[in-house]
Design a protein around this ligand. Structure first.
Ligand code: HCB
Length: 225
């Protein structure tokens, strides 16, 4: 796909234009562009620009909400295409996914869930603003292999530790691997809170999930970049 189209995708997010974002996604699908390329080379770059402009005070909350709406419109087209990839694969593992308590950012988490599904994982998405106990209860109910915890705010990052503690308290720590992610999260933070791994984006999360499934014993933090 020409760079111009990726630029237009990026711009549709900055402009907060859902119809344009979704139209470009449809064009990309018709042209045979891999959905993940459209996301990574177009739409996600727009989200990064929006975050930077917001941080500099050049954009306000309603603009950021409009951008999120545009991102969702694009993903509504691309998500089903990505999920199709996973339908004929053997089940790779069960993942419980969610965004930490106090945090309503969901786009990155949804993307992680979609790619895990596309790669054969069975994903249960708990949504946003999820307490540690809820992660633990669902992991117990579904005999989950992995719990994936997203946090986008420096203030809610610490609630990832609460999830690790809740999993421990439920007696699940030896059977459930925990992976963390989100813009402010680092490998070092993952280590500090006793998680099993950190992934910087959705594709790395798939790689990490595969590695965690292969691990026989809980060991050092794995990083997939
Ligand atoms: Co929001 N917001 N926001 N926001 N927001 C950020 C996150 C800031 C960085 C913007 C900034 O200041 N530069 C900032 C946080 C600063 C900080 O704490 N360090 C911020 C702020 C301050 C706020 C509010 C407090 C603003 C306010 O109210 N004054 C407020 C908080 C609300 C709350 O949660 N309680 C708020 C609200 C919003 C919305 C609602 C307008 C909207 C979210 C809509 C939605 O999700 N439905 C929003 C958005 C869109 C953003 C930015 C612009 C984009 C986030 C995003 O979707 N990125 C973001 C700026 C930024 O992050 N660059 C800004 C794209 C996705 C694909 O990336 O990093 O989420 P991702 O996920 C990746 C990756 O991290 C990894 O894989 C994903 C896919 O590649 N990953 C995992 C994620 N989770 C994983 C879990 C795993 O297990 C493994 C990998």
């Amino acid at each position: 796909m020409p760079d111009d189209n990726f630029s237009a995708m990026r711009q549709s997010i900055i402009d907060g234009a859902p119809d344009t974002a979704s139209g470009l996604a449809q064009q990309a699908v018709s042209a045979g562009v891999a959905p993940i390329d459209a996301i990574n080379n177009g739409y996600v770059l727009g989200m990064h620009d929006v975050g930077e402009q917001f941080a500099r005070g050049q954009m306000y909350l309603p603009d950021m909400m409009a951008s999120a709406e545009a991102m969702r419109a694009a993903m509504a087209v691309l998500d089903p295409e990505m999920k199709k990839l996973g339908t004929e694969r053997p089940m790779a593992g069960v993942v419980v996914l969610g965004t930490t308590k106090g945090d309503i950012h969901e786009i990155g988490k949804i993307l992680v869930g979609t790619l895990l599904t596309a790669h054969g994982f069975r994903v249960h998405d708990l949504g946003v603003d999820v307490a540690g106990e809820k992660f633990a209860a669902k992991a117990l109910e579904l005999h989950a292999d992995i719990v994936g915890v997203s946090a986008l705010l420096t203030t809610t990052m610490r609630n990832q530790k609460g999830v690790v503690e809740a999993i421990e308290k439920a007696g699940l720590r030896s059977s459930v691997k925990i992976m963390v992610g989100g813009a402010p999260v680092t490998r070092r933070w993952a280590e500090e809170i006793g998680a099993d791994g950190y992934a910087k984006d959705a594709m790395s999360a798939v790689e990490l999930a595969r590695q965690l499934m292969e691990q026989k014993t809980p060991a050092a933090v794995v990083e997939s970049v």
